[in-house]
Design a protein around this ligand. Structure first.
Ligand code: NDP
Length: 281
């Protein structure tokens, strides 16, 4: 039996529409500001997509574009201005930043109440303590996909492949908060295939094209593929060998069209949450 396909594109469209519906009742337009430093082409595409989605949902959205030579002090000054601006509910600094800027210092400078990426240490701590506030968009999107696909989480064995600060770690924390039994696997894990095979929920976030083979997948499990990898032929593939995995898994996300669209939809949700929390204070 082939796996059910979890259609992230459709779920994300519904979520964006739901956010737009809630924005329409607010009486104000939540403000999202994306800061882009330099001219990385992939970042430029992401930022354009975020801006388009934000406008589509009725947000006041703008992008501040700064030259690659912007100093750390100049960027900190821009952030300080946005922290003080009452019309700005969400601030997102597009990563990666140019090498001469200390990313951690920039993230720390963002008002945690406006940190819609959920990367500020205060928001990271809140999630780790089991009382999440603004949580990173990609893991939030994955949790939504598990929910809408009817995948039970509480009490289930979940394996997260990857331990980055933006995906793996917050993903594991969210699954733990949802009462899963969580294993985090990474480049130092022994017999990673065996760890994965035990999973009832497998989240792959390693950035290695089609690393997860069909034999790594537990029959009937739910497989969520966060990876986005470009092959030499120029096509996009995930971290999971999708065609083979479909024959074993119970449900699976495609790449593209799985987790990717959820990330932006959850950014809108985070911005809406931030606006409501801030403006009701
Ligand atoms: P990072 O490179 O920051 O982290 C990768 C993680 O995978 C690390 O923890 C690393 O382990 C682990 N890893 C790497 N190689 C192996 C291996 N051979 N075996 C076991 N573990 C391994 O990546 P990100 O977390 O930022 O992103 C992961 C993937 O998700 C990428 O493809 C990225 O493009 C994609 N992504 C997709 C998003 C979306 O919206 N769909 C959003 C963000 C990311 P170690 O820590 O030991 O080095």
């Amino acid at each position: 039996m082939t796996a059910r396909i979890i259609d992230g594109k459709a779920v994300a469209a519904e979520l964006r529409a739901a956010v737009a519906g809630r924005v329409a009742t607010l009486g104000y337009r939540p403000g999202l500001v994306v800061v882009l430093v330099g001219d990385d082409p992939a970042s430029a595409v992401y930022v354009r997509n975020k801006d388009r989605a934000a406008h589509g949902a009725g947000f006041e959205s703008r992008t501040i574009r700064l030259p690659a030579a912007t100093s750390e002090a100049e960027l900190l000054a821009v952030i300080a201005g946005l922290n003080d601006d009452p019309q700005t509910d969400g601030i997102l600094v597009q990563l990666p930043l140019p090498r001469h800027i200390a990313t951690a210092a920039i993230i720390r400078a963002i008002d945690p109440a406006k940190d819609v990426d959920g990367f500020h240490p205060e928001n990271v701590a809140a999630l780790a303590l089991g009382a999440p506030r603004l949580v990173p968009c990609t893991p939030r999107g994955v949790m939504r996909l598990l929910e809408v696909s009817g995948t039970p989480v509480a009490g289930r064995r979940a394996v997260v492949l990857g331990r980055s600060n933006i995906v793996g770690r917050p993903m594991a924390a969210l699954l733990l908060s949802a009462d899963a039994t969580v294993t985090i696997a990474h480049s130092r894990t022994r017999d990673i295939a065996a760890e994965c095979r035990r999973a009832e929920i497998l989240i792959a976030a390693v950035g290695r094209a089609e690393m997860v083979k069909a034999e790594w997948i537990g029959p009937g499990s739910t497989v969520i593929d966060v990876g986005i990898n470009r092959t030499e032929a120029g096509t996009l593939v995930g971290d999971v060998d999708y065609q083979a995995a479909r024959e074993v898994a119970g449900a699976i996300t495609p790449v593209p069209g799985g987790v990717g669209p959820m990330t932006i939809a959850c950014l809108l949700e985070n911005t809406l949450d931030a606006a409501i929390a801030r403006r009701s204070c």
